[in-house]
Ligand binder design. Sequence first.
Ligand SMILES: Nc1nc2c(c(=O)[nH]1)N[C@H]1C(S)=C(S)[C@@H](COP(=O)(O)OP(=O)(O)OC[C@H]3O[C@@H](n4cnc5c(=O)[nH]c(N)nc54)[C@H](O)[C@@H]3O)O[C@H]1N2
Ligand SMILES: Nc1nc2c(c(=O)[nH]1)N[C@H]1C(S)=C(S)[C@@H](COP(=O)(O)OP(=O)(O)OC[C@H]3O[C@@H](n4cnc5c(=O)[nH]c(N)nc54)[C@H](O)[C@@H]3O)O[C@H]1N2
Ligand code: SF4
Ligand SMILES: [Mo]
Length: 688
Amino acid sequence: MSSGELRVLGACPLDCPDTCSWVVTVRDGEAVSMRGNPDHPYTRGALCVKVNRYLEHTRAPGRILHPLRRVGPKGAGRFERISWDEALDEISTRLRGIVEEHGGEAIWPYLGTGTLGYLQGAEGVAGRRFWNVLGASRHHLNICSAAGTTGLQQIYGTAGGMDPETFALSRLILLWGTNTLTSGHHLWKFIQEARASGAHVVAIDPIRTRTAEQADEHLPIRPGTDAALALGLMNVVLAEGAEDRDYLESRTSGWEGFREEILRYPPERVAEITGLPEADIRALGVRLAHTRPTGIRATMGLQRHAGGGTALRTIAAIPGVTGDWRHPGGGVAYSTSGHIHLNIDTRDDLLARPVRTLAMTRLGDELDESVKCLWVYGANPMASTPDQNRVRERLTREDLFTVVMEQFPTDTVDYADIVLPATMQIEHADLHAGYGHMYLLWNEPAVEPPGECLPTTETFRRLAARMGLTEPSLYDSDLDLAEQLLSSGHPSLEGVTLDRLRKEGWVRLSVPQPFVPFADGFPTASGRMEFGPGPAYVPPRTASAASGPYPLALITPAPHMFLNSTFANNPELLRRSKGPRVLVNPEDAARRGLADGQRARVFNGNGEFEAVVEVSGKVRPGVVASAKGHWRKLSPGGATANAVVDGCEADMGRGAVYHDNLVEVAPLSPPAPEAPPPGGPVRAGRNR
Ligand SMILES: Nc1nc2c(c(=O)[nH]1)N[C@H]1C(S)=C(S)[C@@H](COP(=O)(O)OP(=O)(O)OC[C@H]3O[C@@H](n4cnc5c(=O)[nH]c(N)nc54)[C@H](O)[C@@H]3O)O[C@H]1N2
Ligand SMILES: Nc1nc2c(c(=O)[nH]1)N[C@H]1C(S)=C(S)[C@@H](COP(=O)(O)OP(=O)(O)OC[C@H]3O[C@@H](n4cnc5c(=O)[nH]c(N)nc54)[C@H](O)[C@@H]3O)O[C@H]1N2
Ligand code: SF4
Ligand SMILES: [Mo]
């Protein structure tokens, strides 16, 4: 490193379990390189195919650098540049008018997962103090993990589970509805360590993903039937007499009833429900019965179904029956967020009266006349939210005042009245915690913001001042806010100070290593794991396929090249994604006259989108798959997979059903060898 260079430690803000520690090299005020931090025990020097382009992304030609005001019709994406003063004046006049005329609840602060930062983004619910003073509606961030979180809370009292690093100690690993090598690849090193000691790795996924391909065994389960498989596996454990009676007796409650439920799912019945060979279910059951510790990685993919909450709850019962929670390397790993005990002081005491809650995934439904201002930040609902056609209709409403804080001219920006330019991660400060590891991280700003971009925190401070609000806590600085977050007094934060974080970049939570989360009992009312009443298996919406007009079950999983809709406008990543595709099994393709490389429509009663067909044995018959994340305006046909995703709710937590929709696929054009790659630079205003 030459003398004019600066090395700045930061953290990846994206909604990814790995929350990497990174090192930015700054020369003459410019960020010249970004690398994974080699000293961080989870990052171990590597970022990913997406974030390796982060610096390039911060300098992308399409980046929004100034406040904008709409000049064309909603959706056209035509804007004029205005000053921050004009933007703040217009916004404060409009907000004040709306609050006076309709009350604060007419405002919907729609915060997404663009950054998980505790200061600038989702985890700390940025802006909520400001919205509390105005009495705005509450926003329920149910888009991602709500069903599974609720299911786990029912049985464990928390969604927090295994420390993923302990997978290195597992002897049997079930990768259950999770695509590790795409959606959080740093775990793979720990899985490889376990393998080196002889562990067996099984992927349970309707798709033969790149992760399934690398596993020792792949069970291509019928979507949404995982709870039945879990019951079948436990049935075999009981038949083997391998249940941990002492653990069941001393650590769980409700076992008798749950045991009866398990007995109703013998392998032959489970084979019928799941579409898996009975012999495979028995073999895995026997393996599970006799292998300690067994570690189960089950993430969000699994719960994007009508019965998603139940699926997680039932899978979570397995280590209760086997006693795996006794051992490091045993248990279930969904998320580590439940182990993070920061003091998130959103100052809900500032609310003058209780307000309604509006659900993120229900935008198409709930953005009705009662909402007069939609304030979108860290989110791209036009691309990410279910029921896309209705969302679009709602966003077009002339009487709706829409403000979007953004870095890029997304599909959602096209519908804004005012656009506010937002900083990116190397330009602002933030505090982070992984949801797939046990570390806190500090992100120190490395460079000055370009143009007139501002952090979320600073935008709300300036807006509060412009509106003449006097509540002092609206003006807390970023460092004040960070100190408050660290002040919970929880034992896991002992010795974790802001000074240390700023100096070292990251600090492990103060918990034993290896970390065994429920060694001292469960954070439930009884202190035990609660099997609880209620059905242990809820069938998917797609169970009715055979009898309806839309016989194929669509899964819309994480794309390898994007992070949700973030990076989907990066020309190189978009090119490498090969554009919207749909995987179709050869049997299903032949029946419909679909050939590899041909354009097709994927449709149902909600809408349709266009994709290039990939005929492939990677999906089981009856299942098709198309990755999430594409932008409408960069997709042929001007719609994405969310046009066919229903806005209805899962069984728990009001979760979304992204992987539980029935569709049909029909040829759009004669077979072509390869569709032209989509892409090119993105500008505001390009819209189809
Ligand atoms: N590269 C990349 N990484 C990401 C993201 C991204 O967009 N791109 N998104 C991030 C976000 S926001 C999240 S929440 C996480 C999500 O991470 P994951 O939990 O991995 O999410 P998905 O890709 O939705 O689903 C994972 C796998 O579950 C499978 N699956 C779907 N339905 C079922 C089912 O019913 N049963 C079983 N057994 N399997 C099923 C899918 O085929 C898929 O391979 O990843 C994060 N990481
Ligand atoms: N079909 C289908 N759709 C899905 C899913 C699926 O499995 N299938 N998964 C869902 C899941 S798991 C999730 S989490 C959601 C994600 O959906 P969203 O929460 O809408 O997330 P993104 O699509 O990544 O859009 C985030 C936007 O925030 C912006 N942003 C990033 N950082 C900042 C910042 O500091 N300030 C401001 N103002 N903006 C910022 C980015 O530029 C980006 O445009 O998508 C969901 N959509
Ligand atoms: S997206 Fe995930 S893997 Fe990639 S840099 Fe960020 S935290 Fe790491
Ligand atoms: Mo997510």
